[in-house]
Design a protein around this ligand. Structure first.
Ligand code: XMP
Length: 509
């Protein structure tokens, strides 16, 4: 097993997931874990994550320097490397300009960890500080144009530091380095599987729930369906699912979900009509975090009032995924920055009234999809594009109101129809429309129009933590635009969003 010490990186779980991809069990622990605690886990190796701080900043998260000398292999990434080198006699300095993005790494010293890695290759950098000088105990293994110590190794201990991020897809051969570290340096054997995760999860849910009842918020997406499937396997008839029709769903979505659900699950389903309540609570609200907060609270209100009609409810199950947790700044031990309050994490009220069950909290979307297939869910459900809990509210910029939602629903249905007609649905990760609170002048027939602008957003991504905008064929974009302008009342201009994440996010709010 591997322990990842989390220093507040947006990528700590991504590291864990890359380790799982090599079939090695992995746990995330606090950065200040003691050498004794580490010993009790008996790990094959430690990975130190990056983090948003400078090692010299007040209150910067530190680790016990004793952990480097335990003889346990260490791979220290970015901030982790700076901490490692600084703790063992090196110097860290801020770079004149923050280095952010792709860089070319040149390997200058052969080493096991670089076996099978090209002599020169692209890596992803994201740092403001870097190691300027190392003690004589270290040797440099690789450099980039602006970073002479981009990879280092301790001369006598199995300890490595990498300034770049091997865990992100923008370091295409990062997995080679991780595999070398896990298999060669740590001696891992690679026998762990995702089904082991499902079995463990089912057993632990069964034990935790006992004879009580669980309600599960169902959205029709893959996450909540996988949660429902896991719970169904664990506790069968003690499960009730609740679909809240909040008026922020896609066109015909509530009907589609009910149909899918009744085809695949034989458990209790409650559909709550919350349209008026959601619209009322969003009236006059324009600030994105406040919208999310109110939606999160209203979901809970709906779950609470519905659960009054169900006997003995103690737990609420949700399909929260790791990216939701980390971007809400709510990881249990991580001082990570808040990007947005995901409605089912940061948007929850303090007084919840239920105990939460979130079995997918450590997983990424593609892992959840693989799990869904293993649990026997149908492919078309498992491969649906994700839809955020706060729904169309975060795609209807500014104040949310039914006439705008209607425009958005129609436009959204068109973009999805057209991507399917083009046979590109499975090749794209997420596609949707965003309604801007911006009007522009147009001409339709012979008349002047002054209508809203709409944005089409389409991205490709593995894990929704980073994403690239999709290079959709012009013909497909053209067809979407023509149909929207002709068929949707109130839109006279369609734009295509060509920003990646980061620095943008996938949703606009
Ligand atoms: P962002 O906009 O953060 O989106 O780059 C990443 C992925 O998460 C989805 N998303 C959410 N899902 N509750 C959810 O269940 C939320 O509050 C939420 N906000 C964003 C988004 O659609 C994308 O797939």
């Amino acid at each position: 097993r591997i322990l990842v010490l989390d220093f507040g990186s947006q990528y700590a779980q991504l590291i864990a997931r890359r380790v799982r991809e090599q079939n090695v069990y992995c746990e995330i622990v606090r950065h200040d874990i003691t050498p004794e605690q580490i010993k009790s886990h008996n790990p094959n190796g430690l990975i130190l994550s990056g983090g948003p701080n400078s090692v010299y900043a007040d209150g910067a998260p530190k680790c016990d320097p004793g952990i480097f000398e335990m003889g346990i292999p260490v791979l220290a990434i970015c901030y982790g490397m700076q901490l490692l080198c600084e703790s063992l006699g090196g110097k860290v300095e801020s770079t004149p300009t923050r280095e952010y993005g792709r860089a070319t790494l040149k390997v200058i010293e052969s080493d096991d960890i670089f076996e099978g890695f090209p002599a020169e290759d692209q890596v992803w950098m994201s740092h403001g500080d870097q190691v300027h000088q190392v003690s004589d105990d270290f040797i440099g293994l690789a450099k980039t144009e602006t970073c002479p110590l981009a990879a280092v190794r301790h001369k006598s201990l199995p300890v490595y530091g990498l300034q770049f991020h091997p865990e992100v897809t923008h370091t295409p051969n990062g997995s080679v380095l991780l595999r070398n570290f896990l298999y060669k340096t740590c001696g891992c054997t690679g026998t762990w599987k995702l089904t082991d995760f499902a079995d463990e999860m089912i057993a632990s849910i069964r034990e935790r729930v006992g004879d009580d009842r669980v309600i599960c918020g169902l959205s029709g997406g893959v996450d909540s369906s996988v949660v429902a499937a896991l719970l169904y396997k664990a506790i069968g008839p003690q499960l009730s699912c609740i679909l809240v029709d909040n008026g922020l769903l896609r066109k015909n979505e509530a009907d589609i979900v009910v149909e899918q659900f009744t085809n695949h699950f034989k458990t209790d389903l409650h559909v709550v009509d919350g349209k008026d309540r959601f619209l009322e609570t969003l009236k006059g609200i324009t600030e994105p975090q406040e919208k999310r907060r109110r939606i999160g609270h209203m979901f809970i209100d709906c779950f609470k009032s519905e659960s009054e009609s169900i006997d003995g409810v103690k737990f609420l199950a949700q399909g929260t995924l790791y990216p939701d947790v980390i971007e809400s700044g709510a990881a249990p031990d991580g001082p990570a920055a808040t990007i947005k309050l995901h409605h089912n994490v940061g948007g929850l009220p303090e007084e919840l009234g239920f105990e939460l069950i979130e079995p997918l909290r450590d997983l990424f979307k593609d892992e959840v999809r693989r799990l869904g297939i293993e649990l026997g869910l149908p492919e078309h459900l498992v491969w649906r594009h994700p839809f955020p809990g706060p729904g169309l509210a975060v795609r209807c910029l500014g104040e949310v109101a039914e006439p705008k939602l209607k425009v958005l629903r129609e436009a959204d249905a068109i973009v999805i129809e057209e991507i399917m007609a083009a046979g590109l649905y499975r090749e794209t990760s997420q596609l949707f429309a965003v309604l801007l609170p911006v009007q522009s002048v147009g001409v339709m027939g012979d008349a002047r129009t002054y209508d809203n602008a709409l944005v089409i957003r389409c991205v490709n991504t593995d894990d929704f933590m980073t994403a690239d905008w999709t290079h959709l064929p012009y013909e497909v974009l053209g067809k979407m635009s023509t149909r929207i302008i002709n068929e949707v009342n109130g839109i006279n201009r369609v734009c295509y969003d060509i920003s990646s994440k980061p620095p943008a996010t996938i949703e606009w709010e």
